[in-house]
Design a binder for this molecule. Structure first.
Ligand SMILES: [Zn+2]
Length: 154
């Protein structure tokens, strides 16, 4: 009986882990709200399906002005330019976010264990945060530039 059930689950492309995570994943995707009606297909793929933009593709890699980076979906203020640094990875990188800007979850996709962060306000995916940052926070928020809008200080 066990074997039958196991092969049935396999047939569905299920592992026990994904069966356990399924209710959580459904709840998580339901929590994502599209607020900006002008998002491109590429932005939606990243924000809703956790796709990753091509490295070195974001103009924000070169952004050096003072100001704040906002969520491209809901406009929440997420990062200060003071926390931005050049990580050499090809994605806009930050040593810390503004307080309460993001929530995190563990992402087991692609056989890796990574910490995903998503907008605390609208729930869309932004990137992954690593513990190899160069400043005292030791954090490296590896951001998809397409999820961000930069507003320079006036
Ligand atoms: Zn947002």
């Amino acid at each position: 009986m066990k074997n039958i059930r196991r092969s049935f689950l396999k047939l569905l492309g299920f592992s026990y882990l994904s069966a356990i995570l399924l209710p959580y994943n459904l709840a998580y995707s339901a929590a994502k709200k599209i607020i900006n009606p002008n998002l491109t297909e590429e932005q939606k793929k990243i924000m809703l399906d956790q796709a990753t933009e091509k490295p070195f593709s974001s103009p924000l890699n070169f952004e050096k002005r003072k100001g704040f980076f906002h969520c491209a979906n809901c406009d929440a203020k997420l990062f200060s330019s003071d926390a931005k640094f050049d990580s050499g990875t090809g994605w806009p990188s930050f040593s810390e976010s503004l307080p309460g800007a993001f929530k995190t979850t563990i992402d087991y996709s692609y056989g890796m264990k990574r910490i995903e962060y998503y907008c605390a306000n609208c729930g869309v995916h932004h990137g992954h945060v690593f513990d190899d940052g160069p400043t005292s926070t030791q954090k490296r928020f590896c951001s998809n530039g397409l999820c961000l809008i930069f507003k320079p200080e006036i």
